[in-house]
Design a protein. Structure first.
Length: 497
């Protein structure tokens, strides 16, 4: 049996493919790993039972709508390499049912094996997303993906901007602490996975090039599929179902087929109105102004700036009338009364900026912007990069990857914070002043590794780390207030919308 599979692998390598391909042993190994990952075989039994392997290949071929031969033929191996959802195709329980001769037990339908939610309104939160996608469009796409399921069932969903949410969506690279089997594999292969109720998590491979406008990997389709899992749906054997395991492009047809609708209604029932709303794929081709006709309850999202929902990279104040908040390749300006701008792209404002900013400050003496990232620093007069910059500032003794940087009025210098130390910097020479670095203990009550800091026009210094802030009194050199910045500081622009 083992030999048959190998010889078939060799055969197709020679006759069919005509391009370099893994050696037969590798192809067999890859197929075994694939069948284990997706629930067709068990790892412990890999070498013990080749009859089982053939049965698994048959089952895989059947579920994948391929000719059922039990052999690893070309089409089967190619199909295994198609982009898909990282979730198992069949549950272990069902696999055991089928392969241990327990067929006389009453077979359960796929959707009743799952756990479900015991409420009809769920909240969700989008923890992060690829920097190249517009926050507004991502949020619209996520909303639309939840709504797809809400339109055909009794479920309703809303975004939770802070605090606990039932379902959390996040993008990760590679291994992300939910088991080796869930580690992402770079572009292609497994695109995303999720957890059945009531864990409430869906993870997306950050290494894919995601898109919401037709080119690249369509994020909306994958969102809608993974949300199906978070609601309790398993993979569908129907090729046209949204819950089929393989990645589908956004087509013209309805996204949900009858099997998807039966599955969700089996868990949660039909919409209270009894009316199903189905939208064709073309309604989801763009999310800039997503607001399909004929569907109630869709309004333009309440768009709190992206930085409000997570940690930002740096913050500064231009000594005139604007705060600057940096995150990824974007920045926002916030006026004194808390009005936030649209997100802007760093390189549209500053010439040849870093890809993102680790620390930023504006000099109180001449209004120049300083950016720090890695071992380098950038200095701008307005949007013009000064001659000689970026410089390798670590050569002058400045710390690499500074936590934060501040213009400190009492000293008339920049102060860089890094770990348990702080450095006072001479702006002319970009060197560390004598007697520095010193211990962070001078800044009583300020934690190590803060992510951002600025001197506010009110004279206080605000340090940021995670969702928290500390207000530091320059005169008395102590923390006078602390809390959650997004909720407590109206000037940061997260409370208005
Ligand atoms: Zn899936
Ligand atoms: Zn994961």
């Amino acid at each position: 049996m083992h030999n048959t599979i190998i010889s078939l692998v060799i055969l197709f390598i020679i006759t069919d493919l005509g391009f370099p391909y893994p050696a037969p042993e590798d192809a067999l190994h890859n197929a075994q790993v694939f069948l284990e990952k997706y629930g067709y075989t068990e790892k412990e039994k890999r070498d013990a039972n080749l009859v089982q392997l053939e049965a698994a290949v048959r089952h895989y071929q059947w579920l994948s709508h391929l000719p059922v031969s039990g052999h690893l033929d070309v089409r089967t191996v190619l199909q295994m390499n198609e982009p898909r959802c990282g979730m198992k195709d069949i549950s272990q329980a069902r696999w055991l049912e089928q392969f241990n001769g327990l067929v006389n037990r009453k077979r359960k339908k796929r959707y009743t094996l799952n756990k479900k939610w015991y409420k009809h309104h769920l909240t969700y939160q989008i923890l992060n997303w690829p920097w190249y996608l517009s926050p507004h469009q991502v949020r619209q796409a996520v909303k639309a993906a939840f709504q797809l399921w809400g339109n055909v069932s009794s479920m309703a969903f809303s975004e939770s901007m802070s605090g606990a949410a039932d379902i959390r969506l996040a993008f990760f690279d590679g291994d992300h602490n939910d088991g080796a089997i869930n580690a992402f594999d770079g572009p292609g292969g497994a695109l995303a996975h999720a957890f059945f109720p009531r864990r409430g998590e869906a993870h997306f491979d950050n290494a894919e090039h995601w898109s919401l406008n037709g080119r690249g990997r369509n994020l909306f389709v994958v969102l809608a599929h993974e949300i199906g899992h978070t609601l309790g749906l398993q993979h569908s054997p129907f090729k046209n179902a949204l819950m089929a395991p393989y990645y589908k492009k956004l087509g013209k047809d309805y996204l949900l087929n009858f099997d998807d609708i039966l599955a969700i209604q089996n868990l949660y029932g039909a919409p209270p109105s009894g009316k199903l709303v189905q939208l064709p794929g073309k309604e989801f081709a763009f999310f800039q102004d997503w607001n399909p006709k004929g569907v109630e309850g869709f309004t333009t999202a309440n768009t709190k700036p992206f930085y409000c929902q997570s940690v930002f990279d740096a913050i500064t104040w231009d000594m005139e009338n604007l705060f600057y908040i940096f995150k990824g390749r974007q920045f926002w300006t916030v006026s004194l009364n808390g009005n936030v701008s649209e997100p802007h792209i760093l390189k549209h404002r500053w010439k040849r900026p870093p890809a993102y900013v680790e620390a930023a400050a504006v000099s109180g003496s001449d209004g120049k912007f300083y950016f720090f990232k890695g071992s380098k620093c950038w200095r701008y007069k307005e949007s013009k990069l000064e001659a000689g910059f970026p410089q390798k500032c670590s050569d002058y003794g400045l710390p690499q990857h500074p936590d934060t940087v501040l213009y400190f009025q009492p000293l008339g210098h920049l102060v860089i914070f890094k770990g348990t130390k702080y450095y006072v910097i001479n702006e002319e020479t970009l060197t560390v002043e004598p007697y520095y670095p010193r211990s962070l203990k001078d800044w009583k009550g300020i934690p190590t590794e803060t992510t951002a800091v600025l001197t506010h026009p009110d004279g206080s210094i605000y340090f940021f780390k995670g969702e928290k802030y500390w207000m530091f009194d320059q005169d008395n050199l102590r923390v006078t207030a602390s809390g959650k910045w997004a909720e407590d500081l109206s000037w940061i622009g997260c409370k208005n919308s």
